[in-house]
Design a protein around this ligand. Sequence first.
Ligand code: ATP
Length: 216
Amino acid sequence: MAKKIGILGGTFDPVHIGHLRSAIEVLESCELDEVRLIPGAVPPHRATPQVGAQQRLDMVRLAVEDVPRLSVDDRELRRQGPSWTIDTLLSLRAELAADDRLYFILGEDAFAGLNRWHRWQEILQHCHLLVLQRPQMPVELPDAVQALLAECGVADVTAMQQSAGQIALIRQTPLAVSATAIRSLRADNRSIRFLVADPVADYIQQHGLYAVAAEH
Ligand code: ATP
């Protein structure tokens, strides 16, 4: 029986309820078998994370440890160099059966930058894309991404009958939460409780993460 595996890549600096609720809602609405959260090492398209790889991984582990069918996959942190998504897809594909389906889950802000990804034109050969709405973050798709959506977009996930190569826009419950906002709350010594899973909030507190001024 072919498996349906969702993957959610990110910096997770830190992992928050926007990631976790999206993962669960996509898992349920798209009838996936599992969703793997894959923290990236050296993000090729953005600023260096504030917190090191091991602690970001620890936080994702804590966030998913009691959640059925969510897991963490540390392959990008075990690799040297930049975390190119194409390499991650190829390494996952090498472990799966040919008819297993991979669904790469990403927010529309990340989708808008797709044409700057390494070997971006090959991504859809290995997976489908599930694009999450990102509230309070208006995005304009560049022409190349717009053209890809016009060519490969389907009305909804049930129309994804091929093993890869299609794009669906997902209307999950919008949560206007970002890691940037969480870091900034911490920097202002304000609470982040309920924006992240409780064990993650405890970990951030215990290790004094993101709160430069408050810890001295
Ligand atoms: P930052 O604020 O540091 O840029 P972030 O909150 O966007 O971080 P990432 O780890 O960069 O978190 O996100 C990983 C993936 O999850 C990206 O594809 C991003 O678009 C998506 N994502 C993050 N937060 C949300 C959210 N609240 N709703 C939907 N998708 C989200």
